[in-house]
Design a protein around this ligand. Structure first.
Ligand code: ZN
Length: 368
């Protein structure tokens, strides 16, 4: 296994400090083409797909038995729109998938200390799995981050570095630290996507080997969107599924650079400065790190994007809660998005769609 620059194709050997190319671009993973897909059905977690991870199957997993989250019809008895309850992962978000695989990989390299920047679900997930692995963990957050968000990260024993200024200042601070300490970045490290790809593997298992027509997910930096494509593509290449589902992304109106590029059919994604807040705070990436890969994925997966506003999100939260589902606002974007994709003729009558619910409502309890 090697890392490969997504822009200039420079190869790199595995190393604790390597998270980006010297040219500044993110890395992908060059996998062994002879690797074969198999499911260890005795393992009740995403580690049942360990044969598809690009490291030895003998590597001891750092796991809380994350994954194998339920898929259920949004409306009882309706077989057209399903929701996957990924907020039921151990720390309350799908980020546990990426954290489990990434921390396992870093532990196998002998890493004893990591840094990460996130004030939200990724920070909590990385802190939890670092605790599980006995790895010292420091999470960098903007000074303005609310105490309630920091409390879960602190509870896992991670050190907090609160950085004055905006989110960019926090990024600068963690990158400086990453010169000497392993950067377990959920946005930069390609091993994180090896965890999120397991959502695709699970969907196919839960649909008895067939593909839904569409999968909808919230998109900020794109770790679910890209992970879904990696997983479905591997299954397609292995001859296990006949087609990759259409991948449909949702962004908030106040920060939607991917949607803008999709709508305007531009060859690149342009930074969109966020000038107003949104309830969907988990998907506010002004310029995704993996922008070219996201555009490629839209092309390969016949993807489509739409946007929602805070009124839509509040209505979505209410609608989901009425069905017994309590999620954070970032997840609730899927309700209005499903309607808009129907109105645009992208989702048609009789199509099977799966929407990913990413984070627990227990993390954001102030919206009702
Ligand atoms: Zn490069």
């Amino acid at each position: 296994m090697q890392f490969l620059c997504t822009k200039c194709n420079t190869p790199y050997e595995a190393s604790p400090l390597r998270y980006q190319c010297d040219c500044g671009s993110p890395l992908s993973i060059r996998k062994d083409p002879s690797a074969r897909y198999s499911v260890d059905s005795m393992t009740q977690s995403l580690w049942r797909y360990r044969s598809t991870f690009p490291f030895s199957t003998n590597t001891p997993p750092i796991t809380l038995n994350e994954g194998i989250t339920p898929i259920t019809p949004l409306h009882p008895g309706d077989v057209s729109h399903y929701v996957k309850l990924d907020y039921l992962c151990p720390t309350g978000s799908y980020k546990d998938r990426g954290a489990s695989v990434l921390i396992t990989y870093l532990k196998s390299l002998g890493v004893t200390e990591i840094v990460e920047d996130s004030s939200g679900n990724a920070g909590a997930a990385i802190a939890a799995y670092a605790a599980r692995a006995g790895i010292r963990c420091t999470i960098y957050c903007p000074e303005s981050t609310s105490k309630s968000k920091l409390s879960q990260i602190s509870a896992y024993g991670a050190e907090l570095e609160l950085i004055p200024g905006n989110r960019m200042a926090t990024t600068e601070a963690v990158k400086k630290a990453a010169q000497n300490t392993c950067y377990a970045s959920h946005n930069w490290h390609p091993m994180f996507l090896e965890g999120t790809k397991t959502i695709a593997y699970e969907i196919i298992e839960q649909f008895n080997g067939s593909s839904p027509m569409h999968v909808i997910c919230p998109v900020g930096f794109g770790s679910i969107y890209l992970g879904l494509y990696i997983g479905f593509k591997e299954l397609y290449d292995a001859g296990i599924i006949e087609r990759v589902p259409r991948l449909l992304g949702v962004q908030p109106e106040t920060c939607c650079p991917i949607y803008n590029a999709y709508r305007d059919k531009t060859p690149t994604i342009t930074r969109m400065s966020q000038t107003a807040s949104t309830l969907a705070e988990g998907i506010t990436a002004e310029l995704p790190i993996r922008a070219p890969q996201i555009l490629d994925t839209i092309c390969y997966a016949n993807g489509a994007f739409t946007t929602v506003n805070d009124t839509d999100i509040k209505a979505g939260l209410k609608k989901l809660a009425e069905k017994g589902i309590y999620v954070e606002p970032t997840s609730a974007v899927i309700i209005k998005a499903y309607q808009k994709f129907q109105q645009e003729g992208i989702i048609n009558s009789g199509d099977t769609t799966v929407s990913i619910l990413t984070g627990s409502g227990l993390k954001a309890t102030t919206y009702f």
